[in-house]
Design a protein around this ligand. Structure first.
Ligand code: TXA
Ligand code: MG
Length: 350
């Protein structure tokens, strides 16, 4: 099928374009659209057949549930059977924005969306195009990231097209995504909320608002077994560029020395080496292709660029990527969570 790309600068005036996309959603089709985190692959969340089309387009395993996107706070009541006071607090503080809350689902949410779970992930995005699209469609929109399963999430329309061309009827180009990493997934079905996936809303800011918040042990380490995974998305090797990724983690000076040593060895072996560095360290490397992720003192910049840089290394056709681990605090926690998965848990501690 032909993938139509429509550029939207201002959804407030481009009603026709929004309506064209909304019409596709209402008729059970899949549309890729921008959010403030990453691009999403959207379909009517209440239509089981439409949702199946998402899994098909992505090549996604059907045991991985989708997030349902809404544009109004009232919509939560249709989708969630129980809304604990802490969830209300979190939604009021961080919506619209990069927070997904997991709540018990109502009957109208198909099991095809939740992959058979009794819970549903709900998020109200901040991006104006995303909100206009949901509003105009008149239905909640189920949307995973708009990448082929296993690939880095797309943060530009070009990235979506690289993975989805010919697989979906329409893509809304709304420019670069601001946050650059997916939403924080917060399980609010237990007394103490648990972060299943760190993202744009940081653990520190959730602590400030809610007091106790836990982090699922799978966030920074491999998950053992397969039966008890709370967030099925976390068990797959994810976000992977074509080259293999190795993370070098630890004291900055030791990190630099180890990367210099490894890069030199690989280059001598005739390999094309990519180095994922930071503003603070970029000048330290002579071997390999250096890309700068962002600044260590501004972890939001690291988050904003991670997926883009992984895809850039694809274009540079490197064989191996040596990545500096960053501090797992603030947005750095989400950065490390994605980087570790991109590396298939290949981390060298120095
Ligand atoms: O920022 C985002 O969240 C983006 C944009 C498009 O909104 N969406 C996104 O969707 O990242 P996806 O499908 O790539 O990731 C959804 C994550 C997965 O890790 C999935 O396992 C988890 O959320 N999830 C969804 N529903 C869940 C549920 N009921 N219980 C536990 N985890 C759930
Ligand atoms: Mg994804």
């Amino acid at each position: 099928m032909e993938t139509k790309v429509v550029r939207i600068e201002n959804p407030e005036i481009q009603h026709e374009e929004i309506e064209e996309a909304a019409k596709l959603i209402r008729s059970g089709q899949v549309v890729a659209f921008p959010t403030e985190t990453v691009y999403g692959l959207g379909a009517n969340a209440l239509d089981e057949n439409a949702v199946q089309r998402i899994f098909l387009a992505k090549g996604r395993p059907s045991d991985n549930p989708l997030i349902v996107h809404i544009s109004r706070l009232e919509d939560v009541e249709r989708l969630a059977a129980e809304i604990p006071p802490k969830a209300v607090k979190a939604m009021e503080a961080f919506w619209p924005g990069p927070l997904t809350v997991i709540l018990k689902k109502t009957e109208i949410v198909p099991f095809g969306v939740t992959a058979g779970l009794n819970t549903v992930g709900i998020r109200m995005p901040k991006n104006a195009i995303a909100r206009s699209l949901i509003e105009a469609s008149g239905v909640p929109i189920a949307a995973p990231s708009a990448n082929l399963s296993g690939r880095p999430s797309p943060t530009t329309a070009e990235h979506v097209l690289a993975d989805m061309k010919g697989r979906i009827p329409m893509l809304i180009d709304g420019g670069k995504c601001e946050v650059g990493l997916e939403s924080t997934v917060l399980d609010m079905t237990s007394e103490v909320p648990v972060i299943l996936r760190p993202g744009g809303v940081t653990l520190e800011s959730l602590w400030k608002l809610l007091g106790r918040v836990e982090v699922d042990p799978g966030v920074l380490s491999p998950i053992k077994g397969d039966g008890k995974v709370k967030s099925p998305g976390m068990k797959y090797t994810h976000y992977a560029p074509r080259a293999s990724v190795v993370i070098i983690r630890g004291d900055r000076e030791k990190q630099i020395r180890e990367i210099q040593r490894m890069a030199k060895n690989y280059v001598e072996e005739g390999k094309r080496v990519g180095i994922l560095a930071t503003e603070e360290t970029k000048a330290c490397y002579r071997d390999g292709q250096v890309l700068v992720l962002g600044s260590r003192v501004k972890p939001a910049t690291l988050a904003a660029n991670l997926f883009m840089k992984l895809r850039e290394f694809d274009d540079l056709k490197v064989d191996i990527i040596l990545a500096e681990g960053v501090e797992a605090a603030e947005e750095g926690l989400a950065v490390m969570n994605r980087m570790i998965r991109a590396a298939g848990f290949h981390v060298i501690d120095v």
